[in-house]
Ligand binder design. Structure first.
Ligand code: EPZ
Length: 426
C-alpha cells in the first residue's frame, strides 16, 4: 500500500454484526521461520494476509527457500534449497521478527548471522536473553555492533533461566534446543498462546517439547526434524482489538474463529468496565459476543506476561477508557515507552497524563475527530478505535504500521457498520 494512504473515519457508529478472526501474526512469523529446521517441505495454513507475513516470506526466499503460495492463506515452504545463513541489516530493518532466524539457522546449520533489529517506538527491545541462551547451548556468539554471529559444531542441551518471561527469547531458544544433543530446560519461559502454537508446530515436525504454556519448558533434542502440515491458531490480539472496539462504540459484535481462553484477562477487564462478554460454542467453533449500551466504568490495568493483561492490548484499551466514567490507570510493565499514542489521543480531547510507566486517564464526555498519526502497530489500532468513538471525522496517517498486523481491517470494520474508507493522498 502506498505510504501516503490514510483512513477517513466518521465516528459515533456502534459496531454491530460478526467478524471472523484471522490467523495469529505472532504465531505465524516464528512458525514460518521454524520451517528452516525441517529437512523437507512444510505447508502452513490459516496465515493472515498482512505485510509482516509477506516480509518474512521475502527473507526466507532470499535465504534460498522455495515459497509456493497455495492460495487461501496457505503457503508451502521448501527449506531444502536454503544456501544462505545471513539475515542482512536490510532484511532486519524490514521486520523485527527476522531475529527468529538466529535460532532456526543455528539449530539447522550450526551457523547464523543476523543484524539486531534494534529499538522501536515501544522500547529498546534488546536481545541479551537470546544471546545468553544460545551461549548456554554451546554456541560461540560474537557481537559486532548490531551484528550477531553464532556458530556451533554441536549444540548441547542446557538449563536456561530468563530474568523476564520473553516471548522472542523463549521461541528462539526452543528452535536451537530442538536440534541440540540432550535435554534443555527453559525456566521462566513465556506462556503466550503463540509460544504454545510454535511448540505444537515443532512437535508436529518430530521435536520433543513438553511444558509449553507453563513457565518451564523441557526440550529433548532431535537429530532430524521432518516437514509437516500445520494450521496457525487465531490471533489473540486481533480478537482483543475487535472486542475493545465493540465495547468502545457501545456496539454488539460476535467474534468467530476465536479461542476464548486466550482472552480471559481482557474479558475479565471488560466485564469490570460493565461490558457484557459472552462465550459460546456453535458446534464446531467457539465464538465470543461483546456488547454494551453504556459508558464503561474506569478501571486499573497492569500489563503482564501471559496470562496477565497483554501489553499489545494496552494501547487499544487506552482509547476505550478516554470516555469512561471516572479515572483509569494503566501501568505498562513490559516496555519502557509504549505510550506514544497518548499525545494523539489528547489532541482528540482525551485527558491523559503520563507518570513514568503509568498513564492516568481522566474520563471525558467525548473525544473529537481530527488528523492523527500512528507510530506503531498497536498505536494504529488505538487510533482506529478512538476514531470510531469520536464525534466527527478522523484521518489516520502512516497506515503501513496497521497493514503490518491487521488483515483487511477496513473491510472487517465496514462489515460491522463502521464508516471507514482508505484514501490515497493523490
Ligand atoms: C513479542 O515481542 C511480540 N512480537 C510483541 O508484539 C509483544 O508485545 C511482546 O512479545 C510481549 O508479548 C512478536 O511476537 C513478533 P519480549 P518480543 O521478548 O518477543 C525485554 C505486536 O504488536 N527483553 O517478550 O520482542 C523486552 O525489552 C508486537 O504484535 C530483554 O530485555 O517481546 C521487553 O521489555 C509488539 N531482553 C520484555 O523483555 C531480551 O533478550 C518482553 O519482551 C528480550 C526481551
Amino acid at each position: 500500500m502506498p505510504d501516503n494512504d490514510y483512513f477517513e473515519i466518521q465516528g459515533g457508529v456502534p459496531l454491530r454484526g460478526s467478524v471472523t478472526i484471522s490467523g495469529s501474526k505472532n504465531a505465524a512469523l516464528p512458525i514460518l521461520c521454524a520451517c528452516v529446521l525441517a529437512e523437507d517441505k512444510c505447508r502452513i495454513d490459516n496465515l493472515p494476509y498482512i505485510e509482516d507475513i509477506q516480509r518474512i516470506l521475502e527473507i526466507l526466499s532470499q535465504l534460498g527457500a522455495g515459497i509456493t503460495d497455495l492460495g487461501g492463506g496457505s503457503i508451502e515452504i521448501d527449506p531444502t534449497t536454503i544456501d544462505r545463513y545471513v539475515v542482512t541489516a536490510e532484511m532486519a530493518s524490514r521486520l523485527r521478527a527476522s531475529y527468529y532466524m538466529l535460532g532456526a539457522l543455528l539449530g539447522r546449520y550450526g551457523t547464523a548471522e543476523i543484524n539486531q533489529p534494534g529499538g522501536c517506538a515501544i522500547g529498546q527491545r534488546p536481545m541479551d536473553f537470546h544471546i545468553k541462551g544460545m551461549r548456554a547451548l554451546g554456541a560461540e556468539v560474537v557481537e559486532r555492533g548490531a551484528l550477531i554471529s553464532a556458530k556451533a559444531d554441536r549444540l548441547i542441551g542446557a538449563d536456561i533461566y530468563f530474568d523476564i518471561a520473553s516471548v522472542g527469547a523463549t521461541i528462539n531458544i526452543m528452535f536451537a534446543a530442538c536440534r541440540a544433543e540432550g535435554r534443555t530446560v527453559i525456566n521462566n519461559a513465556a506462556r503466550e498462546p503463540h509460544v504454545v502454537d510454535v511448540a505444537n508446530f515443532l512437535n508436529t515436525m518430530g521435536a520433543n517439547i513438553r511444558g509449553a504454556g507453563t513457565d518451564i519448558i523441557r526440550i529433548q533434542g532431535r537429530e532430524h526434524l521432518h516437514g509437516c502440515n500445520y494450521a496457525v491458531i487465531p490471533d489473540q490480539i486481533e480478537a482483543g482489538t475487535y472486542m475493545i472496539a465493540a465495547a468502545a462504540t457501545r456496539g454488539d459484535v460476535i467474534l468467530n474463529n476465536v479461542i476464548p481462553t486466550h482472552l480471559e484477562s481482557l474479558s475479565a477487564k471488560l466485564i469490570e468496565c460493565g461490558v457484557e462478554v459472552i462465550t459460546g460454542d456453535n458446534g464446531n467453533d467457539f465464538y465470543m459476543e461483546v456488547r454494551t449500551d453504556k459508558r464503561p466504568e474506569g478501571v486499573t490495568i497492569k500489563t503482564m506476561p501471559y496470562p496477565g493483561f497483554p501489553t499489545d492490548l494496552q494501547q487499544p484499551m487506552t482509547s476505550m477508557l478516554t470516555t469512561a466514567n471516572g479515572t483509569s490507570v494503566i501501568t505498562e510493565n513490559l516496555f519502557e515507552s509504549r505510550f506514544n499514542h497518548v499525545a494523539e489521543l489528547n489532541r482528540m480531547g482525551a485527558d491523559i497524563n503520563i507518570y513514568g510507566r503509568n498513564a492516568n486517564i481522566n474520563g471525558v464526555e467525548k473525544i473529537y475527530g481530527t488528523d492523527v498519526k500512528t507510530t506503531d502497530l498497536r498505536a494504529g489500532a488505538a487510533m482506529i478505535i478512538a476514531a470510531l468513538m469520536a464525534e466527527g471525522t478522523t484521518r489516520i496517517h502512516n497506515l503501513h504500521y496497521i497493514d503490518r498486523g491487521y488483515e483487511r481491517i477496513e473491510e472487517k470494520l465496514r462489515a460491522l457498520g463502521a464508516n471507514i474508507k482508505r484514501v490515497s493522498e493523490e
